[in-house]
Design a binder for this molecule. Structure first.
Ligand code: NAP
Ligand code: GLV
Length: 325
């Protein structure tokens, strides 16, 4: 019976799937991640089912020679170095394909919330601020007919673009390579990042966090945006230089921001970001629907079951040579 360390309580049938395959899921009971306890809990485990907040250092993989796979319950895998894991013989897997629509739903919800002051006016209403119909209260930005720029036209970026077509938005994207099928089907124009920033009313980030995208949106990029434009980030907090974002908001250089991801997470309550009326913040929940989180957990379990049966996992992000047996 192989022990599988699961770093949090997970939804769906994932634990049953592991048990049915003859494994022993050992679930961290805390509401918060195991953190410093993680290396100890991994001792003797054959697999780890991890979350984006569980940083897995190569030294931990080296110290736990029995560990054969780290199955991230996320599409992003910037919490682990897949190349270092491969060198140590450990598979790393992710959960592509099942969360793009749900994540795009949330990105679009954030865009709308920021454009139309949904969260701000709700807070004001609860506080007794609704005294009359006001011709000048909570004036926002039109979404229909506006121009949306997608930085990173991958699975989620494309799902975001599909939603925008329903609102009659014009679409631009900036990615390293062209995407002829999506560009043609959705009428998206590929431009440079500089052109996208200058032309768009909404800029939505959908790249992975890599060495190249860390700080991709800094002071110069924020200065290049329209002063009315809204930045939406459901990618990773570190894709944006957060100090530069705070400075741009203070100076009214952009129209607002809608953030599901921040740097760090959770965002400390004394962060200046909380002081801006034109900023909407959600706690990294873009993929958080019942159905999608269950599918993500089950996909991570399926990757573990495959590797522990000596097969290649369905969703590898690295290729250990040779894999640990
Ligand atoms: P994906 O399908 O791999 O798409 C990523 C896109 O980013 C690709 O089309 C890629 O195109 C582009 N890209 C990569 N580097 C770039 C760069 N330097 N400049 C511009 N574009 C670049 O990934 P996905 O499934 O859409 O997910 C994207 C990210 O969203 C994940 O990695 C994760 O960090 C984040 N995410 C967050 C949540 C949440 O809960 N907030 C949920 C799911 C995912 P090129 O290679 O042509 O550049
Ligand atoms: C969540 O952030 C993911 O990468 O799936």
């Amino acid at each position: 019976m192989a022990r599988v360390f699961v770093t949090r309580t997970i939804p769906g049938r994932a634990l049953e799937m592991l048990r049915e395959a003859g494994h022993d899921p050992d679930v961290w009971p805390g509401e918060l991640p195991p953190g410093d306890a993680l290396p100890v809990r991994l001792e003797g485990a054959a697999a780890a089912l991890t979350m984006v907040v569980d940083r897995i250092e190569p030294a931990v993989l080296a110290a736990n020679r029995g560990l054969r796979i780290v199955a991230n319950m996320a599409v992003g895998y910037d919490n682990i170095d897949p190349r270092a894991a491969a060198e140590l013989g450990v598979w790393v897997t992710n959960t592509p394909g099942v969360l793009a629509e749900t994540t795009a739903d949330h990105a679009f919800a954030l865009l709308m919330a920021a454009a139309r002051h949904v969260a701000l006016s709700d807070r004001d209403t609860r506080a007794g601020g609704w005294r009359t119909w006001s011709p000048t209260g909570f004036l926002g930005r039109d979404i229909h007919g506006a121009t949306l720029g997608i930085v990173g036209l991958g699975e989620i970026g494309t799902a975001m673009a599909r939603r925008a077509t329903g609102f009659g938005m014009k679409l631009l994207h900036a990615s390293r390579t062209s995407k002829p099928a999506a560009e043609h089907a959705l009428g998206i124009e590929r431009v440079t990042l500089a052109e996208l920033l200058a032309r768009c009313d909404f800029v939505s980030l959908h790249t992975p966090l890599t060495a190249e995208t860390r700080g991709l949106i800094g002071a110069a990029e924020l200065a290049a945006m329209k002063p009315t434009a809204i930045l939406v980030n459901t990618a990773r907090g570190q894709v944006v230089d957060q100090d530069a974002l705070i400075a741009a908001l203070r100076a009214n250089r952009i129209g607002g921001a809608a953030l599901d991801v921040t740097d760090p997470e959770p965002l400390p309550l004394d962060s200046p970001l909380f002081s801006f009326a034109n900023v909407v913040i959600t706690p990294h929940i873009a993929s958080a629907s019942h159905a999608t989180r269950a599918r993500m957990a089950e996909m991570a379990a399926a990757n573990i079951i495959a590797v522990l049966a000596g097969r290649e996992p369905p969703n590898p992000v690295n290729r250990p040579t040779p894999p640990r047996a």
